[in-house]
Design a protein around this ligand. Structure first.
Ligand SMILES: Nc1ncnc2c1ncn2[C@@H]1O[C@H](COP(=O)(O)OP(=O)(O)OP(=O)(O)O)[C@@H](O)[C@H]1O
Ligand SMILES: [Mg+2]
Length: 205
């Protein structure tokens, strides 16, 4: 396995936390190819904090403004070149985190899902359990599959919502890899223990 792409239904839903958990559990290398927004903690910095000692590849593009990569790049006067976003050659699996959701533009002719298809790796879809998640998650699955990105499963974040979770499994014909509860405090050991107790990794190995 080359690794796994961590995508999701939206921005700010827990992709980085899930990606950190996967990085630790799989002994993987973490890679956020395009980071937009440098003022707050970056996703790579968050993973370094949540998984002490994790191997983290540098971002290819570090864009200042916290918005869609295509617009953040325009503001910075940078052109995102998909040829530069090839999977780096590293030992062991790589956990690749996308920016925002699956239909976020990276360039004027490149959506996140197109990039994922180019990378040729399966995706894990991160979904909140809150109201609205059924439609958002099913749309995300359709979009990824329509572009030829295989989906390894869905990881939910939040309180249990069994009706929504089972509707997504059934209509989306997708594996439920587990649900990460809200962790307070969220730290390295709490994340490692919650991942071990709640997330199935068999589909990713
Ligand atoms: N299981 C959790 N327990 C506690 N806090 C969480 C959990 N999941 C996410 N958070 C918090 O919610 C916020 C958003 O999560 P995160 O940064 O992982 O989202 P994201 O989907 O990666 O966002 P982006 O699109 O910006 O990359 C962060 O402050 C994070 O610490
Ligand atoms: Mg993130």
């Amino acid at each position: 396995m080359k690794g796994v792409i961590v995508s999701g239904t939206d921005t700010g839903i827990g992709k980085t936390v899930v990606a950190a958990g996967l990085t630790g559990a799989l002994g993987a290398t973490y890679w956020k190819p395009v980071q937009s927004g440098l003022e707050d903690e970056t996703d790579s910095e968050a993973v370094a904090r949540l998984v002490p000692g994790a191997r983290i590849l540098p971002e290819v593009y570090r864009l200042v403004t916290p918005c869609s990569p295509h617009e953040a790049a325009r503001i910075d006067g940078v052109e995102i070149d998909v040829e530069k976003l090839r999977l780096p050659d590293v030992d062991g699996p790589v956990v690749v985190e996308g920016a925002g959701g699956a239909m976020v533009p990276y360039a004027d002719d490149l959506l996140a899902a197109d990039l994922f298809a180019d990378l040729g790796m399966p995706a894990v879809v991160v979904a909140r359990t809150m109201l609205g998640t059924i439609s958002h998650t099913l749309m995300t699955l359709e979009v990824l599959r329509a572009r030829g990105v295989p989906v390894a499963g869905v990881i939910f974040v939040g309180e249990a919502e069994l009706v929504a979770e089972s509707a997504i499994q059934r209509f989306g014909a997708v594996a439920h890899l587990g649900r990460l509860p809200h962790l307070d405090p969220l730290g390295a050991s709490a994340l490692r223990d919650a991942f071990a107790a709640n997330i199935r990794l068999d589909a990713l190995r």
